[in-house]
Design a protein around this ligand. Structure first.
Ligand SMILES: [Zn+2]
Length: 138
């Protein structure tokens, strides 16, 4: 499936990632599935309790609050995002090991290069498969 998000939401992910440097940033995403496209309607930047440049975890309480907000808006949880401050935008061995929902999209934003790189993956049976990301102009 293609993951589609608005420019403003992309910018919000980048801003959150930059703000959390040198540590990894994370959050969850909500939206709708339209045919073969996951349409992200809302991005929820969350704290990273790990406070680490190489690890992240999503606080269950914050995640639950975000999911409640999604339900109230008629949205579904679509997955999560996290940043890689100094490594490429691909899942680490730990990312793959800790991924538990094969339907989730795992977005990774790399800040290793001059320009941020955002990629998305589905992770199942210990394997990550990339899925296309489409950032709308508005
Ligand atoms: Zn990672």
């Amino acid at each position: 499936m293609t993951v589609q998000l608005r420019r403003a939401d992309y910018d919000a992910i980048v801003a959150h990632a930059v703000r959390c440097l040198p540590n990894e940033a994370c959050g969850v995403i909500g939206g709708r599935v339209e045919g073969e496209t996951k349409v992200i309607e809302k991005v929820y930047p969350l704290d990273n309790p790990d406070q680490s440049p190489e690890h992240f975890s999503i606080d269950p309480k914050s995640q639950l609050a975000a999911v409640k907000d999604m339900r109230a808006l008629g949205l579904s949880p679509l997955g999560n995002f996290h940043s890689h401050p100094s490594t490429p935008a691909r899942p680490s061995a730990e990312d793959i090991r800790l991924a538990y929902n094969p339907n989730d999209s795992y977005l990774i934003l790399s800040l290793a290069e001059e320009s941020p790189v955002l990629k998305s993956f589905r992770i199942a049976h210990g394997e990550a498969s990339p899925e296309p990301v489409c950032v709308l102009r508005v």
